[in-house]
Design a binder for this molecule. Structure first.
Ligand code: ADP
Length: 257
């Protein structure tokens, strides 16, 4: 437990560092963006105008990254309407080049028109982390499935402390047929800095869980040695029900239905 505390504290320091760094970066990027902005309107020299546009575009991208880093550090997020079909096709594009030809990736959506309150960038980040994990778990190839469907959850689905709502949920699942996990690995999955990889950070799943939780959702993992791994993310599609616990921060997320 002490080691866990140390890890959690290290994670907090990391988040603070990221927060501080983001502020400094933002102050640096903003004037750059302005400079690029005015340069790109420079009529007399098209080459300069093109350079201005480049500076502006890069500055804008940097600023977007800084914003998502800031929201990661502070836990605050910018809410927007996320359309499922758009999320998935953008994600498909994002994955191009990251899926080895030995892995087949299948995206399935029930209802592409489904829209919900969320943060597009964060949700993509979350899917990306899960899919990259799945791909890394299948070095000899395999099948990676990402599915989205509307579901109803039974009343006893939630654990104490988890935010529960009486409503329809969007379930996004990331399923691989890799080797699965030992119970010893599963137990520590959501701890900051826990990794079994040589070059791993052990922050991927922590960040996923943060994102799901900040969307009012919950996450389940089902993984058995030799039988692949399945992550299910449940996002509420409607308002709060009566007794809504605190944003569930329990770490006992293993073993779904
Ligand atoms: P990292 O990928 O940097 O190790 P994560 O938090 O994303 O950090 O994952 C923690 C650990 O969980 C991984 O090192 C791996 O052992 C295990 N893991 C995650 N996803 C899978 C998966 N799909 N199949 C098998 N093991 C997994």
């Amino acid at each position: 437990a002490e080691a866990e505390l140390v890890r959690a504290q290290r994670f907090e320091s990391l988040a603070m560092l990221a927060g501080g760094l983001s502020h400094d970066l933002r102050n640096l990027l903003q004037p750059l963006l302005l400079a690029g902005d005015s340069l790109q309107d420079y009529q007399h020299d098209p080459r300069l105008a093109r350079l201005g546009k480049l500076v502006r575009d890069c500055g804008k991208r940097g600023l977007d990254m800084v914003h998502s880093m800031l929201s990661f550090a502070s836990g605050a997020r910018r809410a927007e309407q996320v359309r499922l079909g758009t999320l998935f096709s953008a994600f498909d594009l994002l994955m191009q080049g990251s899926v080895p030809h030995t892995v087949t990736m299948e995206l399935t959506i029930d209802d592409p028109e489904l829209s919900f309150d969320g943060n597009h960038t964060e949700l993509q980040q979350c899917l990306l982390n899960l899919c990259l994990n799945a791909i890394q778990a299948m070095p000899d190839g395999g099948r990676l499935r990402v599915e989205a469907a509307r579901v109803q959850l039974p009343e006893d689905f939630f654990q104490p402390g988890e935010p529960s709502r009486q409503c329809c949920y969007l379930c996004i699942s990331v399923i691989d047929d890799g080797p699965g996990m030992e119970p010893a690995v599963r137990e520590h999955l959501f701890e900051p800095f826990f990794t079994t990889k040589e070059a791993g950070t052990g922050l991927g799943l922590v960040s996923c869980k943060r994102i799901v939780t900040s969307h009012g959702g919950v996450m389940r993992v089902d993984s058995k040695r030799g039988r692949g791994t399945r992550f299910d993310l449940y996002f509420p599609l409607e308002g709060l029900a009566a007794d809504n616990g605190e944003a569930g921060d329990q770490d006992n997320l293993e073993g779904a239905a």
